[in-house]
Write a protein that binds this ligand. Structure first.
Ligand SMILES: *[C@@H]1O[C@H](CO)[C@@H](O)[C@H](O)[C@H]1NC(C)=O
Ligand SMILES: *[C@@H]1O[C@H](CO)[C@@H](O)[C@H](O)[C@H]1NC(C)=O
Ligand SMILES: *[C@@H]1O[C@H](CO)[C@@H](O)[C@H](O)[C@H]1NC(C)=O
Ligand SMILES: *[C@@H]1O[C@H](CO)[C@@H](O)[C@H](O)[C@H]1NC(C)=O
Ligand SMILES: *[C@@H]1O[C@H](CO)[C@@H](O)[C@H](O)[C@H]1NC(C)=O
Ligand SMILES: *[C@@H]1O[C@H](CO)[C@@H](O)[C@H](O)[C@H]1NC(C)=O
Ligand SMILES: *[C@@H]1O[C@H](CO)[C@@H](O)[C@H](O)[C@H]1NC(C)=O
Ligand SMILES: *[C@@H]1O[C@H](CO)[C@@H](O)[C@H](O)[C@H]1NC(C)=O
Ligand SMILES: *[C@@H]1O[C@H](CO)[C@@H](O)[C@H](O)[C@H]1NC(C)=O
Ligand SMILES: *[C@@H]1O[C@H](CO)[C@@H](O)[C@H](O)[C@H]1NC(C)=O
Ligand SMILES: *[C@@H]1O[C@H](CO)[C@@H](O)[C@H](O)[C@H]1NC(C)=O
Length: 410
């Protein structure tokens, strides 16, 4: 019996687990270290939206290696918010102490549909005799930019920030679809060779590279850094796509977002939904009540489709929200708890009851008519309550009846 239950548990887990798997049903959703290949991406014709979203999984590597389309661009992460992470080689320019070049490379990248993210990446150059340039294209338009860094010693080099001494940075414009990076020098590093024998330059995801003075001599070991690409679907705006009954990629419970950095549009699940907006029935209701971080209910949370509501338990009132009125206990209820916990003398009980009656007659400070009615209700309950006190037994609604000693002693 136990075994059977475990087995069912495992099947259920297996059915739920591929929530990570946001691929089309029956499609491969991982390749080596890339553990999430969400639709519109896919590894075969039936699995991707179109050839632009092909991920080629090369199994001759261990672990298998995923590449963007049929290029040599390795993919490390794909997210449905329109970002895709790749690894790119850094450009290096190294010399021996006599100024003879020992190593120089100029990596380049060419994308067909996607674009280098202008918001997520920076162009960075490192060295003390360094002149770095990025040459690129924004569609048909050529562009070039770069920065230089010259320094005579390690003094004034601050760790953790790229402020222009030993390290300089510039941003990437929108819409770049290809670039190459070159690094050169002014004096072949001869004047600074003992602490800066190389120049380096790269486009990389912001904040993944933390500059430190030791990088001037020690960056040789880093050969690749992550670069973020922007992706979108189709090459029309949301407005045009929505008019095309067969060509609109955003499915139920999702919205369409126009992009200004890459041609096309993106889809995103509506608030209160999660999943893959590109798949039919991809955006599913979030049960906000299951995760305390997703709701602001103080006591009772009820999930609804696309949202949730808060309420209060029996004998409490309020909106149930931590950021609102919360749940306030019914006065009689509070009173009973006082009796149980403190075992008051009869005199105290009588005073409390008198107090409650007074409150019943003189509604509380709040003039809300609904609340006033409610309080009148409390007042009538109070008299019933008093009756049961007379019979020397207070009925505690939570537990068993509580006996109140006649002498009022503790
Ligand atoms: C894959 O992940 C492992 C473990 O995190 C790591 O050691 C390895 O370098 C990664 N391989 C590639 C190709 O990124
Ligand atoms: C996989 O990688 C190997 C080695 O780089 C290469 O020779 C082969 O053509 C690749 N296979 C595919 C399907 O791209
Ligand atoms: C991939 O991206 C997603 C979404 O941005 C992030 O949550 C996840 O940690 C990333 N995975 C890796 C291995 O970087
Ligand atoms: C300096 O480096 C350049 C290449 O970067 C090379 O052509 C030149 O010969 C070098 N000069 C000396 C003096 O080694
Ligand atoms: C910067 O960090 C390196 C090690 O990464 C350390 O050797 C050096 O002393 C640090 N410099 C300053 C100014 O903190
Ligand atoms: C970068 O390094 C400095 C010290 O070298 C450290 O104080 C800082 O927290 C690091 N920043 C990041 C984002 O890792
Ligand atoms: C770079 O790698 C070499 C050998 O591969 C090693 O001796 C050296 O300590 C490494 N440098 C850094 C800064 O990690
Ligand atoms: C993009 O739109 C143009 C017309 O504006 C069309 O000729 C081209 O085929 C479209 N490209 C793709 C990949 O859909
Ligand atoms: C509508 O979408 C389909 C499928 O993506 C596409 O083949 C067709 O060209 C689109 N029609 C128009 C008018 O954009
Ligand atoms: C959920 O309901 C609250 C009010 O109860 C509202 O403020 C909020 O905007 C709703 N959220 C969504 C996603 O509809
Ligand atoms: C309640 O109503 C009375 C008269 O209608 C008014 O004088 C008093 O200020 C109100 N109190 C509050 C707290 O609104």
């Amino acid at each position: 019996m136990n075994l059977q239950l475990t087995f069912i548990g495992m099947v259920v887990a297996a059915m739920i687990a591929p929530a990570n798997g946001q691929a089309k049903v029956g499609c491969q959703d991982s390749c080596g270290n890339l553990t999430n290949i969400p639709y519109p991406f896919g590894t075969t014709k039936d699995c991707y939206y179109n050839e632009e979203f092909l991920i080629t999984c090369n199994n001759s590597f261990t672990p298998a290696k995923p590449f963007l389309t049929e290029s040599n661009i390795g993919v490390t992460n794909i997210s449905l918010d329109g970002h895709l992470h790749i690894m790119q080689y850094i450009s290096q320019d190294c010399y021996d102490k006599f100024g003879t070049p020992t190593w120089n490379n100029q990596p380049s990248i060419t994308l067909s549909k996607f674009r280098i993210s202008s918001t997520e990446n920076m162009f960075t150059a490192i060295g003390c005799d360094t002149d770095a340039t990025i040459y690129g294209y924004q569609g048909d338009r050529e562009y070039a930019s770069g920065c230089m860094s010259i320094c005579e010693s390690m003094d004034y080099i601050s760790n953790g920030s790229c402020l222009g001494i030993g390290c300089c940075q510039t941003s990437i414009p929108k819409g770049v679809d290809s670039y190459d990076v070159t690094v050169g020098s002014f004096h072949n590093h001869t004047k600074v060779w003992n602490f800066s024998p190389c120049g380096y330059a790269f486009v990389a995801e912001k904040d993944t590279f933390n500059f430190s003075s030791s990088d001037l001599s020690g960056l040789q070991n880093i050969t690749e850094l992550p670069v973020v690409l922007d992706w979108a679907i189709d090459n029309v705006t949301c407005e045009v796509a929505k008019k095309n009954s067969t060509g609109y990629a955003c499915k139920d419970n999702s919205r369409c977002i126009n992009t200004d950095d890459v041609s096309g549009y993106r889809c995103s699940c509506l608030d209160g939904y999660q999943g893959n907006p590109y798949l039919p029935s991809g955006c599913q209701d979030i049960d906000e009540c299951k995760d305390p971080k997703l709701n602001v209910c103080e006591k009772v949370c009820v999930n609804t489709i696309g949202n949730y509501t808060c309420s209060c338990p029996k004998r409490h009132y309020g909106d149930g929200r931590k950021d609102g009125k919360g749940c306030v206990a019914d006065q009689v209820f509070v009173f009973k708890i006082i009796i149980r916990e403190e075992r008051p003398t009869m005199k105290e009980v009588a005073m409390e009851l008198e107090g409650l009656r007074m409150m019943g007659k003189h509604p509380w400070i709040n003039n809300d008519s609904e609340e006033t009615e409610y309080l009148l209700g409390v007042a009538s309950e109070t008299s019933r309550f008093a009756l049961s006190i007379d019979t020397m037994t207070v009925y505690d609604s939570i537990r068993a009846p509580v006996a109140v000693p006649i002498d009022g002693g503790r």
